[in-house]
Design a protein around this ligand. Structure first.
Ligand code: ZN
Length: 432
């Protein structure tokens, strides 16, 4: 744990200052740094290209942005914090009085210390964000201010990181996180790093994995849409996904469930929390949130869950500069990393099998699965190995998953999985 926390700390510090957005140098730099953790591929999608109902944006690269007061002193400066500049601001160089400037200044009167995070992704606007305290201290109505934003919008490309891990079957589980937020640690450096380290773990145990994994690092919304548009056939075959976001706070664990209330993945997350004695908040599915909005849309309908620790929308520092490295600690990332891995271990083993002898019972003694002295065997109170075999063969119809069987007969997924592997080896059942 200590070594992993050191790694989390190293990458938190390295990635935190980078100015990420929908497309541009910051995203590319972020993905290149992640290559130190996993050998991901950086895919480039050209600006201006249509993807479903959307268009891939231009790259946005900032050179300089500030406001000076009438004495020429910089009172807001992008180089101090990239959150000061509204993301996707257009260039401007003008002198303005406060009455003209005010609609371009963003602060939170109810959180006077905090610099809010704002975007103008799909409008040609510009603006600065500052704390309400700084606004009161530095701005007054009689003064003229010099505003300077020097940034470029170029016809380049939007970068998406992709990492695939081949397991025993082609059936994939999707793990997706978003890379478009600038200097905020929980939203979403936590998600980026937990995803990358989970991917590294899965890569290490690749030969033991029952499923294959598709891991995506994309700008939120437009990135996920672009990825779906370019991988439609793969995405349509996926049943389960993890959308990794805001999992590094010091507060409570929670999870946002799949759009299908009764899906196994929801029950599996809850079971992982209970097994670890973790008190959690269950957030039902709703149409707001992160990239489950795309992956669960009508054409895909993937069961997505997000495990959070101080979930987006909910914590005090959400979308402000106070979502920083004081708030997000490596130990918090480590806890989420562990929980995600435990969930993935269950998901990975949740397989579907068919009994190859659906007509009446299998003759277990022929396969060495029945005790030699059979006459005195009565159903006991405890579920015996034989009971598990009988129940598995009874339920394995190709539509009932191992997790569902484990629930029906009240034994662990682990035991049902081991039984299934044994029956599979003996050629009595076949995996779908
Ligand atoms: Zn956000």
């Amino acid at each position: 744990m200590v070594d992993l926390c050191k790694e989390f700390s190293y990458f938190l510090n390295k990635l935190f200052p980078i100015n990420r957005s929908l497309a541009g140098k910051g995203n590319r730099e972020t993905l290149s740094i992640l290559k130190e953790i996993i050998p991901l591929r950086i895919l480039e999608f050209p600006s201006g290209k249509k993807v479903y109902d959307w268009t891939i944006p231009k790259e946005w690269n900032v050179k300089e942005a500030w406001i000076k007061n009438s004495q020429g002193k910089k009172i807001i400066d992008f180089s101090i914090s990239n959150i000061h500049l509204v993301s996707h601001s257009v260039s401007i160089h003008r002198k303005l009085f406060l009455n003209e400037l005010l609609s371009h200044l963003h602060f939170l009167e109810n959180k006077p210390e905090a610099i809010p995070y704002k975007t103008s992704f799909y409008s040609n606007d510009w603006g600065f964000c500052l704390s309400y305290n700084d606004f009161i201290q530095n701005f007054n109505s009689n003064e003229e201010y010099e505003v300077f934003i020097d940034c470029e919008f170029i016809e380049g490309s939007m970068s998406i990181g992709e990492f695939t891990i081949k397991g025993r079957s082609e059936k994939e589980i999707l793990i997706s996180t978003y890379i478009c937020h600038p200097s905020m640690a929980n939203d979403n450096l936590s998600g980026i790093l937990v995803t990358a380290f989970v991917a590294r773990e899965l890569h290490k145990i690749q030969h033991q994995l029952e499923h294959s994994y598709r891991i995506v690092f994309a700008p939120e919304t437009i990135g996920a849409i672009t990825y779906c548009a370019h991988n439609e056939n793969f995405i349509k075959k996926i049943d389960n996904a993890l959308i990794v976001s805001t999992c590094g706070g010091s507060g409570k664990f929670g999870y946002k469930g799949s759009w299908a209330d009764n899906s196994s993945i929801n029950q599996m997350v809850e079971e992982v929390f209970r097994r670890n004695n973790i008190d959690f908040i269950a957030y039902p599915f709703d149409v707001h949130g992160s990239d489950e909005r795309q992956y669960s849309s009508q054409a895909f309908r993937i069961n997505c869950v997000t495990i959070s620790k101080d979930r987006y929308y909910e914590y005090d520092f959400y979308h402000t500069h106070l979502d920083n490295l004081e708030f997000v600690k490596p130990e918090n990332l480590f806890q989420s990393f562990r929980i995600y891995l435990e969930l993935i271990s269950d998901l990975d083993r949740n397989l579907f099998y068919s009994n190859l002898n659906p007509h009446c019972e299998v003759m277990l003694s022929k396969h060495g699965l029945y005790p030699k002295s059979g006459g005195s065997i009565f159903p006991g109170k405890e579920t015996s190995e034989l009971d598990i075999i009988l129940w598995c063969l009874f339920f394995m119809d190709g539509r009932t998953s191992l997790f569902e069987i484990s629930k029906k007969i009240g034994v662990s997924l682990d035991m049902v999985f081991k039984t299934a592997k044994n029956l599979e080896e003996k050629g009595i059942i076949a995996r779908l």
